[in-house]
Ligand binder design. Structure first.
Ligand SMILES: Nc1ncnc2c1ncn2[C@@H]1O[C@H](COP(=O)(O)OP(=O)(O)OP(=O)(O)O)[C@@H](O)[C@H]1O
Ligand SMILES: [Mg+2]
Length: 447
């Protein structure tokens, strides 16, 4: 009996223990459920916060990119604006230089000329760099004779170092006779100018050499080597950064702004290439630029296609020709008029497109030099009117473009202009262009 009672009690205890265990399990699993929920909520909250932080970071990055672009566009526009008065100074100085002057006046004028030239170099560098940063630089892909281009640049530096202790050398390796390369000659020129310019600037004695090497994998290598001051290992990694110079005293001793190599590196990369430097302090520096460039067979040019020789100002080849100069900027007007009149041209100047159309209705001209950005009626609209409403389809219209805004040149040709010249006006370029378009003698108004 007692045995049975004991068994019953035992069962009862087990049942209670089981119930307690079940209750505990339920409480614990509820707690676990709640914990799990809160953990899930916390995770979701964290993911949300992270997402928000990520979006904010993306926004900030985009804002920074936009701000940088706005800065570059601002710099490009400002430096472009600054070029106009500098060119006024340069143009007038050159014209003054051709008048009778005392020795003293010549010296003063020379200082004005050199100072405005270095100011122009600096502004041009800032303009180039900000255009690259703003993505306003386009790449040309045309065949050109890279050997000739190197020779031309070497000749310029040879002339400028004639009386110094620096020997300039040029060598070609693996020459590809009868072949041109396809790339951007303007950018090649800029790269070489910067590198050889630096080499000459930082070498007081010894040599500066350029080696043009045609590599097997359809690329060219430009090696510019000098025996100059060299660059210390601590500073060599920062020389490609904008406004960086190897030593703080560089600007004081050698001048410059520290933009040349930043531009050179960007240009080399834009052409799909790369730039490397090796240097030993007090012994010399070697810059190597490698640029991919396809080869193409040279086309033999006819004589008349060859670059025309310098035009002699005394030739006065403009005598008897009447040019309509459409330009709103008074400085540019004065410079262009001075250049044109000393070459014998008759000039009528107007300050906007509407006045140009009016002038052409009243009189016939041999050629129009047309600025693009002008108040009242711009150069593009004026050209359309001249071609369509006045029916002057044969009249040569040469655009004067600022070159700071991408696509302007193509727009000029698309609206019916015959050619374009970028400002600042360079006398020889203007004369060559005028000579080309004035060959067809006078153009009569087709009524
Ligand atoms: N061939 C070289 N030999 C020694 N140092 C050099 C050489 N080329 C460049 N450097 C160093 O690298 C720096 C940056 O060169 P970079 O061409 O960018 O500027 P810069 O010549 O001083 O000025 P800028 O080219 O803007 O007129 C130079 O200031 C100079 O310290
Ligand atoms: Mg430089």
């Amino acid at each position: 009996m007692t045995k049975n009672k004991n068994l019953l009690l035992k069962i009862e205890r087990i049942k209670r223990a089981k119930k307690e265990a079940e209750d505990l399990l339920e409480v614990k699993s509820r707690e676990l459920y709640i914990l799990n929920r809160s953990l899930e909520e916390q995770v979701q909250q964290r993911v949300k916060e992270l997402e928000q932080a990520k979006n904010e970071a993306i926004d900030l990055k985009n804002q920074a990119i936009e701000a940088n672009k706005a800065k570059s566009i601002f710099l490009a526009k400002m430096s472009h604006e600054i070029r106009t008065p500098i060119n006024g100074i340069l143009g007038m100085t050159q014209i003054l230089n051709d008048t009778p002057l005392s020795e003293e006046q010549k010296k003063h004028l020379d200082i004005i000329l050199k100072s405005s030239q270095s100011l122009l170099y600096l502004v041009n560098d800032i303009l180039d760099f900000s255009k690259i940063e703003a993505g306003h630089t386009s790449i040309e892909n045309i065949p050109f004779d890279v050997e000739l281009l190197c020779l031309e640049i070497i000749d310029i530096f040879k002339a400028s170092t004639q009386n110094s202790n620096v020997k300039i050398q040029f060598d070609i390796k693996n020459q590809k006779k009868g072949f041109n390369i396809i790339s951007d000659p303007g950018k090649f020129k800029q790269i070489l100018f910067n590198l050889i310019g630096n080499a000459v600037k930082f070498t007081k004695k010894g040599h500066v050499s350029l080696v043009l090497n045609f590599l097997k994998n359809e690329s060219v290598e430009l090696v510019v080597k000098d025996s100059g001051i060299g660059i210390s290992p601590e500073r060599i990694n920062s020389i490609f950064d904008q406004f960086e110079q190897a030593e703080t005293s560089t600007n004081r001793v050698y001048g410059g702004s520290g933009l040349g190599l930043a531009i050179t590196k960007s240009l080399s990369e834009m052409l799909g290439g790369k730039i490397n430097v090796k240097s030993v302090l007090h012994q010399g520096t070697t810059f190597t630029v490698t640029i991919p460039a396809k080869m193409t067979k040279k086309v033999i040019k006819h004589k008349k296609d060859e670059i025309t020789n310098e035009i002699d100002v005394n030739e006065k080849f403009g005598t008897g020709k009447h040019i309509l100069l459409v330009e709103d900027n008074p400085i540019n007007q004065v410079v262009a008029k001075a250049i044109l009149s000393r070459n014998g041209f008759d000039i009528t100047g107007v300050v906007n497109g509407e006045l140009a159309v009016k002038a052409l209705q009243e009189k016939s001209f041999d050629l129009v030099l047309m600025d693009c950005q002008m108040p009242v009626l711009d150069g593009f609209e004026a050209t359309k009117k001249i071609r369509q409403e006045l029916n002057l389809s044969e009249l040569p219209i040469i655009a004067l473009t600022a070159g700071a805004i991408e696509g302007t040149e193509q727009k000029c040709l698309d609206t019916g202009m015959n050619a374009f010249l970028t400002k600042p006006i360079i006398e020889q370029d203007l004369l060559k262009c005028l000579k080309k378009f004035l060959k067809k003698s006078s153009f009569k108004k087709i009524a």
